[in-house]
Design a protein around this ligand. Structure first.
Ligand code: ADP
Ligand code: ZN
Ligand code: ZN
Length: 750
């Protein structure tokens, strides 16, 4: 790219510098500077040296040429972004609301180059006799170092450079001089710190695809060859052979000279998965995950940029691997919440992948046993091409599922956490030496209040989500609050539906369950897995492999245990409180519950031994529970989508959460109010639905107050236009740019 001027975005997160600044390129850097490079520039009146990124190189002058400052230097260990990454960053900024520099940092997951480990070897280019002769000549000229090295090379024609510069004490200049003289050569080899297991052999573990699998691969590959690009969804239960399909597709894409990104939720990115890819593709595949060191990360990034690899596997950030010839992005378990970024910009990897594929002329393949309502909705509208894989391939049938009504248990005097059936079946498994998994659904815990007699749940009359219990610590008064609209009512002491006194917030944890098991089944060996027991880097894998090795009879855990390993001896899965996630207080609660129940149930009976599943709930009639018990996705979807439609929730409509942060409560509330008024005034004719503002679910974090409001509209464009206008207001009023955060189609509530 040629040009005398560079448009540069500066590395400061301020709304008023969130635009490119123009600099002159000094002669010394002319031709060297490229788009995406990190540079040092003088900035502001004091000409402070700060870092920036080159967005564009041009001959067009946008300002008074005489006043332009010069680029100082190129940041040596800076990672440069490809032009496409910059375009993608721009798209992210526009669609999710953030500063350009935050978006740029998102697409540059590697912050700087870490010096590679290079292995240099010195090779003698003359035979031993000549080398010895040269050594004597140097000796005679009192060139001691040269003599030393040649003598050594006469005895040993290949030497590691480290030995030469170290033990032999020969300088790099001396080596260079001898190289020039044609006496030796320096061989450089990059020792990329591989992120993959080192001692695995390639094996042709390639499976002969079933007819169904083959049809999917052929169809997508044929589209690709014909230049048709679109999004595909493979809807198939766990074990139905999706991963085999992905691998075959990747192979076909590579054969076309293209590269592939394989996205997997971090928690499902197990050793087992890696080994499968490695055995098939060898060192053409690489991994990016949070466990890599900065050096390993930087190496993988470099290798990708140089085209040394064809496949990157990793969680959502792997999407930003700098592949020049990207042809395919695969997103396994596309319904997973972890695909959405929780920090600004709050992008969803599925949508960014879609945009990336458009830019790169690539295909996007989504896969899931329980597709997100978004993707299924788009498939039904014909915007995504869907394939279905029905049967499990490695044997094993779907388990038998029992739904146990905890209200009935209470009526008949059982106050234990375990229903009578679950207790009986656990006892049976212990006797048979088979394994049990107990799953406690903690994620949804938001202090929802339900009646243990009739199952009635206290809900917001306006939003149809559960109210959360807040207890005033001074007066011990409880209030019930809606975290979408702020609706409040006093806490209840009896059930408004049946009058029972057993109406209370739901509490239970993995630790209590573990203690209870130790009491009820003293002979059972119990393993526990939750946030507490998995603090260490590898403890997650360790607990799972201990359990897989039969080191325990019962594994108790949170949603973490539903992913990853296959346990051949697990024949019973108990879901202790299926209700929990139904009442997370947000519109995705039903979807998440259905997914969790379906996945948890899928853990039983993965081999020849038949499996049983017990779902315990206060609401056996809830459609998420009913359809999960039948493993009936379609039935669930139909009910869920009509709820979303009725309540104007995504994906039928779109929803933007606006989080307003402030160090003092009054300002926060006031700012939120100002923004809401602005939306009403400026966009009233577009009829957006405004919910809130109200205090957020977590009203204060680190002394920063949090206010929230939501805007719903059927047209995404209207929401981004509103976002732009609100950003403008921030700018005009000179509020801190970080004080307002946007979240489109949020995954959680605030
Ligand atoms: P998923 O990704 O849907 O969970 P996998 O691709 O992991 O499914 O397949 C599940 C199991 O079935 C694996 O053990 C895999 O090796 C095996 N498998 C997949 N496809 C075939 C096939 N065509 N023939 C034989 N075994 C297969
Ligand atoms: Zn009741
Ligand atoms: Zn409400």
């Amino acid at each position: 790219m040629t040009g005398r001027f560079a448009n540069i975005i500066v590395d400061i997160s301020h709304e008023n510098v969130d635009r490119p600044f123009q600099y002159r390129i000094p002669d010394a850097l002319m031709g060297e500077l490229e788009v995406g490079m990190a540079v040092m520039i003088p900035f502001g009146r004091a000409n402070k040296r700060i870092k920036g990124y080159v967005m564009e190189i041009t001959n067009r002058v946008d300002y008074d040429e005489m006043k332009l400052k010069e680029v100082d230097s190129i940041v040596k260990d800076g990672i440069s972004a490809q032009a496409d990454s910059i375009k993608l960053a721009w798209w992210i900024k526009e669609n999710y609301g953030s500063t350009m520099i935050a978006a740029l940092k998102t697409v540059l997951p590697v912050k700087r180059k870490i010096r590679q480990i290079v292995k240099k070897t010195i090779i003698c280019k003359v035979d031993a006799v000549v080398a010895a002769q040269k050594a004597e000549e140097f000796e005679a000229k009192h060139q001691k170092a040269k003599a030393r090295l040649m003598r050594e090379l006469a005895a040993q024609p290949v030497l590691p450079q480290s030995l030469v510069t170290g033990k032999l004490n020969v300088t790099a200049q001396t080596i260079q001089a001898l190289e020039k003289a044609g006496l030796l050569a320096v061989h450089v080899e990059d020792l990329y710190r591989s992120a993959l297991p080192q001692n695995l052999s390639l094996s042709s573990s390639k499976k002969q695809l079933s007819e169904n699998q083959g049809r999917i691969v052929d169809s997508i590959a044929a589209d690709f060859k014909a230049g048709v690009r679109q999004t595909y969804l493979i809807h198939g239960v766990t074990g139905s052979g999706k991963t085999e399909v992905y691998m075959e597709l990747i192979e076909r894409i590579i054969a076309e000279g293209r590269q592939a990104i394989m996205l997997i939720p971090e928690i499902a990115l197990t050793y087992q998965t890696l080994v499968r890819f490695y055995q098939r593709f060898g060192d053409r595949v690489s991994v990016m995950n949070s466990r890599l060191s900065a050096g390993e990360r930087s190496d993988q990034y470099e290798r990708a940029a140089r085209g040394d690899i064809d496949i990157i596997i990793g969680p959502r950030s792997a999407l930003f691997a700098p592949f020049e010839r990207l042809g395919l992005v695969i997103m396994d378990e596309e319904h997973e919440g972890s695909y959405k970024s929780e920090s600004m910009p709050k992008y969803h990897a599925r949508e960014v992948a879609g945009e990336l594929c458009r830019m790169k002329d690539a295909s996007l393949v989504l896969g899931s046993a329980t597709p997100s309502i978004e993707s299924y909705y788009r498939a039904k509208k014909g915007k995504i091409k869907m394939f279905v894989l029905k049967e499990r391939l490695a044997g094993g049938q779907l388990p038998k599922v029992y739904v146990e009504d905890l209200r009935a248990e209470l009526k008949s005097g059982n106050r234990s956490v375990f229903s009578r059936r679950l207790y009986r079946l656990m006892d049976d498994r212990l006797k048979k030496g088979e394994q049990t998994m107990l799953f406690i659904n903690r994620r949804g815990y938001a202090g929802f209040v339900s009646c243990r007699s009739c199952g009635h749940v206290m809900k917001c009359p306006h939003c149809d989500v559960s109210l959360s219990e807040h207890t005033d610590c001074y007066r011990k008064l409880s209030r019930l609050v809606c975290h979408y609209c702020g609706y409040e009512m006093p806490g209840v002491t009896s059930c408004p539906k049946c009058g029972s006194k057993y109406i209370l917030g739901f509490r239970a944890g993995t630790q209590q369950i573990e203690e209870l098991l130790n009491k009820e089944f003293p002979a059972a060996r119990v393993l526990r897995m939750d946030a507490d027991t998995t603090r260490n880097k590898d403890s997650y894998e360790q607990i799972l492999s201990q359990f897989a090795d039969g080191a325990a009879d019962i594994l108790v855990g949170t949603q973490m245990i539903v992913k990853g390993h296959d346990f051949a001896r697990v024949t019973l899965v108990g879901i202790l409180a299926a209700d929990m996630s139904l009442h997370a207080g947000d519109y995705r609660a039903g979807e998440r519950t259905f997914q969790l129940l379906t996945q948890a149930a899928g853990r039983a009976g993965r081999s020849a031994l038949p499996g049983e599943v017990v779902i315990q709930t206060y609401q056996p009639e809830h459609y998420a529970v009913v359809h999960a018990a039948k493993q009936d996705y379609e039935g669930f979807y139909e009910e869920e989508i009509s709820y979303r439609d009725l309540m104007v929730y995504p994906p039928v409509a779109h929803m933007m959460a606006v989080l307003v942060l402030s160090e003092d409560a009054l300002t926060g509330a006031e700012h939120a109010g100002v923004l809401v008024e602005q939306v009403k005034r400026q966009f009233g004719d577009k009829r957006p639905i405004i919910v809130g503002p109200t205090e957020a679910l977590i009203g204060k974090i680190n002394d920063v107050y949090r206010y929230i409001f939501y805007i719903k509209h059927r047209d995404y464009q209207v929401l981004t236009t509103i976002k732009d206008a609100l950003e403008q207001t921030l700018h005009v009023r000179e509020w801190n740019v970080d004080s307002v955060q946007f979240d489109f189609d949020p995954m959680n509530h605030y």
